[in-house]
Design a binder for this molecule. Structure first.
Ligand code: GA4
Length: 332
């Protein structure tokens, strides 16, 4: 990263993060594509406004998410075929002040087909399924729109090189609802990262990058997300329920030969308010072969990563801890 220390400090204070306005006219399309590429190179992260996802879809999603987390724990644990988790993240001992519902986006169509399968997710399970399906469809479209603009901005020959991977019917994309309950900070807390005077001090989800291609995140008006585009620099992201936040995942870093950065991020819980967020993680099919795009390889910039399948990469991610740097294992 070429930014000076002074600039880094300024960003950390101002929350001076890139904002992409998707309502721009077709004439401005190439300029939007250029700004997206710049944001992905410098931060691996940007905020999207005028995103086109209808408000009623967002409002309903927020409502079903709120209703779900308000249920008694025993009921939440029975949320089949979805995966409810509380405090435990992954399978290797990571923990955080978070409860969540995590499921592959394909689960919804499977659940819809198998009507005999009991889904105890909402008093009206059909409502939950249809609200989540509409939301996923809308954010997938948003993700594809952004991925196509990225390809254009990178002058990649196949404009759907990225988006076709998550449009695949076999796409292994996942969907996650998060609830970070308010946690009072005490100096005895072992995962407290600040002193007890701060109003956000406990780790909701620890430092990690997302393994997939692209993440589309939305939260209520409670902050906590922080990004680290550069080692040792943490930028708190101001919450904005009217916007979506987009971050580059590991696979996009590989496909762009390291031009785009898979940004490290974390979420800190708030001592007074509940943070709720919803994330769509766009991924290819398990058997998709992930390779660096030829346009991003030059004699001066030889290919950094060896080809692999998403199944191989996902398995590696789940065999490691949240913070571990899995991309390094796939370097040539
Ligand atoms: C981070 C992004 C997504 O939330 C997630 C996470 C997954 C999990 O919580 O089960 C992982 C984490 C995430 C990265 C490394 C592995 C897998 C926990 C973990 C230790 C659903 C994903 O795909 O990867």
């Amino acid at each position: 990263m070429m930014r000076s220390d002074h600039q880094k400090l300024k960003s950390a204070i101002d929350d001076n993060l890139p904002i992409i306005n998707l309502s721009s006219s077709p004439l401005e399309r190439s300029e939007v594509a250029r700004l997206i590429v710049k944001a992905c190179e410098e931060y691996g992260f940007f905020k999207v406004i005028n995103h086109g996802v209808p408000n009623h879809i967002i409002a309903k999603m927020e409502e079903v998410s709120f209703n779900f987390f308000n249920k008694p724990v025993t009921e939440k644990q029975q949320a089949t075929p979805f995966g409810y988790g509380c405090k435990n993240i992954g399978f290797n001992g990571d923990t955080g002040e978070v409860e969540y519902l995590l499921f592959p986006t394909k689960t919804l169509s499977i659940a819809q087909a198998q009507t005999s399968n009991p889904i105890s997710i909402d008093d009206d399970p059909t409502k939950f399924r249809s609200v989540v399906s509409s939301y996923i469809e809308a954010v997938r479209e948003l993700a594809c729109k952004i991925l196509d603009l990225m390809a254009e901005g990178l002058w990649v020959h196949d404009k759907s090189a990225f988006s076709k991977l998550i449009r695949d019917v076999e796409s292994d994309s996942v969907f996650r609802l998060n609830h970070y309950p308010p946690v009072l900070c005490s100096s005895k807390n072992n995962n407290s990262i600040y002193g007890s005077s701060s109003n956000s001090c406990k780790v909701g989800i620890g430092v990690h990058s997302d393994p997939q291609i692209l993440t589309i995140l939305r939260s209520n008006d409670v902050g906590g997300l922080e990004i680290s585009p550069d080692h040792g620099v943490w930028i708190p992201v101001s919450p904005d329920p009217t916007a979506f936040f987009v971050n580059v995942g590991d696979l996009l870093q590989v496909m762009t030969n390291g031009k785009f950065v898979s940004v490290k991020h974390r979420v800190l819980s708030n001592s007074a308010k509940s943070r709720m967020s919803v994330a769509y993680f766009g991924a290819p099919s398990l058997n998709a072969r992930v390779t660096t795009l030829p346009e991003l390889v030059t004699p001066n910039k030889p290919c950094l990563y060896r080809p692999f399948t998403w199944a191989e990469y996902k398995k590696t991610a789940y065999s490691l801890r949240l913070e571990d740097s899995r991309l390094e294992l796939f370097r040539k």
